[in-house]
Design a protein around this ligand. Structure first.
Ligand SMILES: Cc1ncc(COP(=O)(O)O)c(C=O)c1O
Length: 395
């Protein structure tokens, strides 16, 4: 039952905020690590912090400190000048990935838009088509919904921009058949997040890489959700033994500070020339300072090891749950990006968890998506599993 204070705030949303989200009656007031407090002081364990944005957990101390220090120095520098923070972050991204160059923006959709524009510019007007995967999710701008392989995201927004088509995920023949003389790029999420934690096969990803090389097409990986350590490597493509031509990032790059990035191979760095693309807020010192602190935390706190260790622990426990609860069809994922595919209506289990103090996510109606902070502990995992098990038993 929502308190009066909570009802008052929900009322403000009902009266003044566009109703384009489905929200639960929870007003979040503050948080630390994997713990969130609502406005009445009730405590929740957060296993899906900020839609995968708060990757290091809420209010990570290094990030909070970096933001506060940067805020007192300078917050924004327009992109007709230079700032040290943007330069240093581009260097970090480049040296930790494939040595490319970076364009900064503010969100995943914008990073993907930059990738589409770069690919089309590379195609030089002759080749412009981008092949994406069914069940993919690439954002909500018009070009991003065109790229997204889910009809529900396009409904009501016709005419949808041309130049995108989707093929079944992990299907080599379907992809090869879809390529024609107009194709300039193939884009995929190595683990489809919103699509239900569907993991790309290693063989398939190698096939995509070879096909792109053979046809001089660009291989774009959307790492908006999988990037920054989530799967046990800094970037998910590093689990696959391939290198993409373009990688897009956002979400946990700034751990709560809005920032997106497109990293492109050096061979592509001259394709976007001055005036062809821009973002007013892109790469601001304050967002870059937060992202630099995220890199520092991952390195200095040995988080990649924690992700692998806690990921394996959680995965094994979920497989154990599957052996005891027939409602679980499959456990999928990598690192700390895991999904439980259920035979039943997953929203009921989600609601039960919420009522009992555990925040997770439900996608595609049957999949419970579990993506705890990269700093998560065994104790927190055990606590979450206790609530999840009750949910599976009750629903
Ligand atoms: C894989 C992927 N790409 C792109 C996006 C869009 O990101 P944003 O909401 O920051 O525009 C998302 C968001 O969920 C995503 O999961």
């Amino acid at each position: 039952m929502a308190s009066r204070k909570m009802q008052e705030i929900i009322g403000l949303y009902n009266n003044y905020v566009i109703q384009n989200y489905t929200r639960k009656d929870l007003v979040i007031a503050k948080a630390q690590g994997s713990t969130v407090f609502d406005i009445d002081g009730n405590e929740y364990l957060d296993f899906f912090p900020g839609w995968a944005v708060s990757g290091l957990g809420h209010c990570h101390k290094r990030v909070a400190r970096a933001i506060a220090q940067q805020a007192a120095k300078i917050m924004h520098v327009s992109n007709n000048y230079y700032s040290e923070e943007q330069g240093r972050l581009a260097e970090r991204l480049s040296l930790n990935s494939f040595g490319g160059r970076v364009f900064f923006c503010n969100s995943g959709a914008e990073a993907n838009e930059a990738a589409f524009k770069l690919a089309r510019a590379y195609g030089n007007g002759m080749r412009f088509e981008i092949i994406t995967m069914e069940q993919s999710f690439h954002g909500r701008t018009l070009a991003c919904i065109a790229a997204t392989g889910q009809e529900k995201c396009k409904l009501g927004f016709a005419p949808i921009p041309e130049g995108f088509k989707s093929v079944p995920f992990n299907d080599k023949e379907a992809l090869a058949r879809a390529v024609n003389e107009k194709t300039i790029a193939v884009m995929l999420e190595l683990i489809q997040g919103e699509g239900g934690i569907n993991v790309a096969d290693k063989e398939y990803v190698k096939f995509v890489r070879n096909l792109c090389d053979e046809k001089d097409m660009l291989f774009i990986v959307d790492e908006v959700q999988t990037g920054m350590g989530r799967t046990g490597k800094l970037f998910c493509y590093q689990n696959y033994g391939i290198t993409p031509d373009i990688m897009t990032l956002a979400k946990s790059l700034g751990n709560g500070m809005p920032i997106g990035a497109m990293v492109a191979q050096t061979k592509l760095s001259g394709v976007l020339k001055p005036g062809m693309h821009a973002s007013t807020f892109g790469g601001s010192p304050i967002a870059c300072a937060a992202a630099l602190a995220v890199f520092e935390a991952i390195e200095k706190e040995g988080l990649l090891n924690n992700i692998r260790e806690m990921g394996n622990y959680l995965f094994d426990k979920l497989v154990n749950l599957k052996s005891r609860y027939a409602v679980i069809k499959q456990v999928r994922g990598m690192g700390l990006m895991l999904g439980l595919d259920l035979v039943m209506n997953a929203p009921k289990a989600y609601d039960f968890c919420l009522e009992h103090g555990l925040l997770i996510n439900c996608t595609q109606n049957t999949v419970l998506r579990i993506m705890p902070a990269l700093t998560v502990t065994k104790k927190e995992i055990n606590q979450a599993l206790g609530i999840l098990e009750q949910a599976l038993a009750k629903c």
